[in-house]
Write a protein that binds this ligand. Structure first.
Ligand code: HEM
Length: 447
């Protein structure tokens, strides 16, 4: 099937001397192809137009996309700003640290980041909190015999992230409902009327913020739910310039958003790869039997190199965050081109993650590239988490929960004498934007 491009738009146009990819539709631009077929769109644009080209993101406008690996370094460039993120998604990400630069960004990030480093996670007992939740979920999969995998991993991740916030089990259904309504803000048309997604999404955001504000008050009153919120609140309060509760609440809400879809997608892909490659499953089962229990501390993760390699290779082949938007604050040199100040930029993590310039046999899923490496992990090896000042805060948490999940899955299924099996086609229904994920419909059997 050909790509979802407009056959009537064949003009060759230039903006700032850089070609615009043909095939844009009115209003939505290239979004249909970006959402459904991004890898092919990027490859075709590179082949026909070269390394620099404009993509039309519909309501978010044109972003100059560069597939030259130099573009990755823009994420560390002092004259490149993240404020464009707030302009693209003001309702969801306005006022959060992912859309800030310089001092304001540093101040908010400094207050949160320690809680997410291995020491903070261990002190707060996050591994012990997660292990039983993960084990119960994979046991339920075993009992049911087959599952719609992305729906299941989405539910599990929400449960984990809510437990991180200390939300009691009986309140989870309410939070689930509000969270789903909040996500409507991603696609809500800008019409604020009762019953429409924008109104519902804003109401859900206000509800969530009110609950989080109460969490913050509880943490100050030493009635905190988990160590993590406690740690964040005390780090905020210790800062030289105390930050307002609004900033704290917006950034805790950001953690809910940033930590959910991305991890659910990665976990679902991991199960899909284990189901379609029996050799991977065998290697994982062998490791799980050797370690014998789900690890709970970062220090234990070194015992699980196969599970770690699985997590890294799954993310390399199926990066959950595919594109990062930025704005050039000054004129920049990018590859062979001068980019004018003010240009809106798109940094295609997906392209680099699967680029032959950075990886040998990039399309092959190979645990060996991680298991046999002798040098430490470099920024380019974890580019799926970004790099520079905004590099993902959740990296160590994801690493822990993915390894815990792999080991729990292998122990539970192996004990029952079953293994994961793919019950649906994988290629149809994949999505690449705003976050990438496998088809919602893929089913996995355990038999
Ligand atoms: C597989 C899972 C994940 C992936 C692939 C991922 C990817 C990313 C990427 C690419 C960025 C950089 C954004 C940018 O530069 O504009 C980022 C930032 C961020 N991530 Fe993650 N993420 C994941 C999981 C998580 C989790 C579990 C959390 C926390 C619970 C989290 C919290 C954050 C936060 C707070 C930021 C903003 C950091 C800043 O702007 O300084 N992420 N993530």
């Amino acid at each position: 099937m050909d790509m979802l491009l407009n056959p009537l738009d064949r003009r060759h146009r230039l903006r700032d001397d850089i070609p615009v990819v043909p095939g844009a539709f009115p209003l939505v631009g290239h979004l249909p192809a970006i959402v459904c077929d991004l890898p092919r769109l990027l490859r075709r644009a590179e082949r026909t137009l070269g390394s620099h080209f404009w993509l039309d993101f519909g309501p978010a406008g044109h972003l100059m996309t560069c597939v030259d690996p130099d573009a990755f370094a823009l994420l560390r460039h002092k004259d490149v700003s993240s404020a464009l993120i707030e302009e693209i998604a003001p309702e969801l990400l306005g006022g959060t640290l992912v859309a800030q630069d310089g001092g304001a960004h540093r101040q908010a990030r400094d207050a949160i980041k320690a809680a997410f480093l291995p020491k903070g996670l261990t002190q707060a007992g996050i591994g012990n909190l997660f292990a039983p939740v993960i084990q119960a979920r994979v046991q339920a999969w075993r009992d049911r015999g087959d599952v719609t995998i992305l729906r299941e991993t989405g539910d599990l991740m929400l449960k984990l992230i809510f437990s991180l916030m200390g939300i009691p089990a009986q309140d989870l259904p309410g939070w689930h409902r509000k969270y789903r309504q909040l996500l409507q803000l991603i696609v809500a048309p800008p019409v604020d009327l009762p019953g429409l997604p924008l109104r519902r999404g804003r109401a859900a955001r206000d509800w969530i913020d009110a609950q989080l504000r109460q969490f913050v008050r509880d943490a100050r009153a030493h009635a905190a739910r988990t160590g993590l919120i406690n740690d964040m609140v005390s780090a905020f309060d210790r800062g030289d310039d105390a930050l307002s509760d609004d900033v704290l609440v917006a950034n805790i809400r950001l953690l809910l958003l940033a930590g959910h879809d991305t991890t659910a997608s990665t976990m679902a892909w991991m199960v899909i790869e284990l189901a379609r490659q029996p050799g991977l499953w065998d290697a994982l089962v062998e490791e799980a039997q050797r370690v014998g229990a789900v690890p709970t501390r970062h220090a234990d993760l070194a015992q699980c190199p196969v599970a770690e390699a699985l997590f890294r290779e799954t993310l390399r082949v199926h990066p959950a965050t595919t594109l990062l938007p930025r704005r050039a604050l000054q004129e920049l040199q990018l590859g062979q081109r001068r980019i004018p100040a003010g240009t809106h930029l798109c940094i295609p993590l997906l392209h680099f993650s699967t680029s032959a310039l950075l990886h040998e046999a990039p399309d092959q899923f190979r645990l060996a590239r991680w298991l046999q490496r002798t040098e430490p992990i470099r920024p380019v090896d974890m580019l799926q988490f970004g790099t520079g000042p905004h590099v993902c805060i959740g990296y160590h948490l994801v690493w822990l929960e993915m390894v815990q999940f792999c080991i729990a899955l292998a122990l539970t299924m192996h004990k029952a004498g079953v293994r994961p099996r793919l019950l649906s086609a994988v290629e149809k229904g994949r999505r690449y934007f705003p976050t990438a994920h496998p088809s919602m419909k893929i089913r996995i059997g355990f038999s």
